[in-house]
Design a binder for this molecule. Structure first.
Ligand code: RP5
Length: 161
């Protein structure tokens, strides 16, 4: 089916977190690409990526950034491809800076903002897959199985370590 999801991030240092989104998409058999695209350090790259996203067939963009996390919002301003934002956990402010930078978009340019850190990145992968599954019965079935397996893995009673 070709690449349908773009996973972009502001820095190499975001990759350990954003890998969680990649892992989910791999598990579900969704093709994706990964790119470092920084709102501040490579603004021309951001512009080009957003400008060509629709024509290249991308259906969802997952964008992770930390601190003054402008990447998801700027990408949302440049393309109508839905953008899922992942606030990276930062050392200075624990990711609250990233969260606030991503979530408070002005009316008209939404970013679907996930939780801070690894759980948010994994959920971004799942959210992207769920969007694609609306038009892809095979992926829908794989997602249903994934969710069943997660439920089945939760014990009914707490265990001692
Ligand atoms: C942001 O600045 C990146 O998304 C990253 O989370 C943060 C720090 O980047 P590095 O200084 O580690 O490259 O643009």
């Amino acid at each position: 089916m070709g690449v349908r999801v773009g996973i972009i991030m502001g820095s190499q240092s975001d990759w350990p977190t954003m890998k969680e989104a990649a892992r989910i998409l791999n598990d579900l058999g969704v093709e994706f690409e990964t790119r470092i695209v920084s709102a501040h350090r490579t603004p021309d790259r951001l512009w080009e990526y957003g400008k060509t996203a629709v024509a290249r067939g991308l259906k969802v963009i997952i964008a992770g950034a930390g601190g003054a996390a402008h990447l998801p919002g700027m990408m949302a301003s440049k393309t109508r491809v839905p953008v899922i934002g992942v606030p990276i956990q930062t050392r200075a402010l624990n990711g609250v800076d990233s969260l606030y930078s991503i979530v408070q978009m002005p009316r008209g340019y939404p970013v679907a903002t996930m939780a801070i850190g690894a759980a948010g990145a994994a959920n971004a992968g799942l959210m992207a897959a769920q969007i694609l599954a609306l038009e892809d019965p095979g992926l829908a079935a794989r997602l249903d199985a994934w969710r069943e397996a997660l439920s089945a893995s939760i014990p009914e009673e707490p265990q001692d370590d």
